[in-house]
Every structure is written in structure tokens, then in C-alpha cells.
Write a protein that binds this ligand. Structure first.
Ligand code: MF3
Ligand code: CO
Ligand code: CO
Length: 252
């Protein structure tokens, strides 16, 4: 279902808040801070801005953000472990405002990090942009997956296959599935005036992942099988009639 002009404005607003949320949390992501403290800061910031943190209670998820550290791929649950120098963390936020969802995530570095961490994070970032730039109205999810997958492979990393982007709007997760691999022209057609996320997850050594359950939730948490590094970035995108608009991008 394509969005009305009013609905698109609401998506723009909640996605702008999502982007501001990552900007807000950045100075707090320092050695010694716990992911629970980051969770609380984002929780309060979201409410102060007239929104609610959509992850909290979503399929029983216990926290307001996802915090995925080092070898964690996604859906990391905030806890009382302090972050330490050299760690890399993906913080994934999704405010819900006026009935609409804005979903974005980014990597943050704790103090000085290794070249390995910088390289895999840069690859995840650039892979996300390759995917975004492959979006055309009338194109397909396979076009996005192909662009992402080709780039990741060229850099020697491994795209996670089981999890990926999704349609978003009045619901948090809907069709289409947006893969980080695939063939041009395959998959579902991209519809003008709908939104989706592009959120490649990439691993250092292989695409093999390990799934863990989260107490009281049917959301799963994922890690790399060998505890090697993983990285991810995410934006929410509006497909227009001629192109696309990255809704979770801040103008500076
Ligand atoms: N924000 C995540 C995504 O990018 C979803 C988190 S669902 C949760 O799709 F329940 F784990 F929070
Ligand atoms: Co998402
Ligand atoms: Co997300």
C-alpha cells in the first residue's frame, strides 16, 4: 500500500527523530558506559520527543534499543556490562511516533579501535550505501541485494543471509524482505511511495551465524559462529516515483 502525502510527512518526522537519536547518544558511547545506561538515555530521549521506543515489548523484546557488541550480529540486549576501549557497538533505534516507525542503526567505536574494526565497519557502511544507490522505482529487492553482496564479496567479508532489511511504515516489519545478496531483477518489486530499510550485516570469517533465544521473547539474538567481528548500518528509505529519499539521514 502506498503512503499518502500526510503519511509520508509522518514517516519523515519519525525518521528524523530516529536519526537525531543516534546523534544524541554518540557522546555517551565511551569506555565504562553500560549498554543498559545507553538504553535508558535513548528511552528517555524518545519519550521527551513525543515518541515511544518500538523495540520495548515488541514480540516480548525486553529493552528500548538493540546493542550489538563486537561479534554480536544484531538484536543484542542491553545489560550491565561496561563497554571497554577497543569495542565496536551497533546501536539500533526505532522510535514510533503518530503511528509510524523510523528505523536506523550505526556503528560506534569505544576509544581507539583496531584497523580490523575500522575496516569491517567501513565495509558495512559502504555496502549499505551501495544497496541504497541501487534503489529505483520499479526495480527489485534483488537489485539491492546484488549491489550489497557484490561489494561485500569484493572486500572479502561475508553477508548474513538469514536476516536483512524490511518494509516499514505503519508497521515495524513488513514485506518486502531486503536481502544482502541476490540477483538483479529477482525478488519483489519496489513500489513508489513505500518505505523500506537497507541494513546489511557483515561478518569477518563466514556467513555462519548462531541463534540464541531471548528470555520471554520470540525475537532471536545472533552472533558469529566463531566470535569473529560483525558490523551493520541501517537507514530507512522512501521510494519515490523517480528515485528515493533517505529519511534517517541528518542534513548538516
Ligand atoms: N531495529 C531492528 C531492525 O532493524 C529490529 C529490532 S526488533 C527488536 O529491524 F525486538 F529486537 F528490538
Ligand atoms: Co530494521
Ligand atoms: Co533497526
Amino acid at each position: 500500500m502506498s503512503l499518502s502525502a500526510q503519511e509520508i510527512d509522518k514517516m519523515r518526522e519519525v525518521c528524523h527523530l530516529a536519526a537525531r537519536t543516534l546523534q544524541f547518544i554518540k557522546p555517551y558511547v565511551k569506555p565504562g558506559v553500560t549498554t543498559n545506561e545507553l538504553n535508558q538515555l535513548v528511552h528517555d530521549f524518545t519519550l521527551e520527543n513525543g515518541a515511544v521506543p518500538a523495540p520495548l515489548g515488541y514480540h516480548g523484546f525486553p529493552k528500548s534499543i538493540c546493542t550489538s557488541v563486537n561479534h554480536s550480529i544484531c538484536h543484542g540486549v542491553p545489560d550491565d556490562t561496561p563497554l571497554k576501549e577497543g569495542d565496536a557497538i551497533n546501536i539500533d533505534v526505532t522510535p514510533k511516533k503518530d503511528g509510524f516507525y523510523g528505523d536506523t542503526s550505526a556503528m560506534f567505536f569505544i576509544g581507539e579501535v583496531s584497523e580490523e574494526v575500522k575496516k569491517i565497519s567501513a565495509c558495512a557502511h559502504d555496502a549499505m550505501w551501495k544497496g541504497i544507490e541501487a534503489i529505483t522505482p520499479g526495480g527489485t529487492t534483488g537489485d539491492i541485494g546484488f549491489a550489497i553482496g557484490k561489494f561485500i564479496q569484493k572486500k572479502g567479508y561475508h553477508a548474513v543471509k538469514e536476516i536483512g532489511g524490511h518494509g516499514i511504515g505503519k508497521v515495524f516489519h513488513t514485506d518486502p524482505f531486503v536481502p544482502s545478496f541476490g540477483k538483479k531483477g529477482r525478488g519483489e518489486r519496489l513500489k513508489p511511495w513505500t518505505c523500506l530499510t537497507v541494513e546489511p550485516m557483515i561478518n569477518q570469517n563466514s556467513d555462519k551465524i548462531v541463534e540464541f533465544s531471548i528470555d520471554g521473547s520470540d525475537i532471536k539474538y545472533y552472533e558469529t559462529h566463531d566470535k569473529s567481528l560483525s558490523a551493520q548500518y541501517e537507514h530507512t528509505i522512501l521510494i519515490t516515483d523517480t528515485s528515493y529519499e533517505v529519511l534517517t539521514l541528518l542534513e548538516d
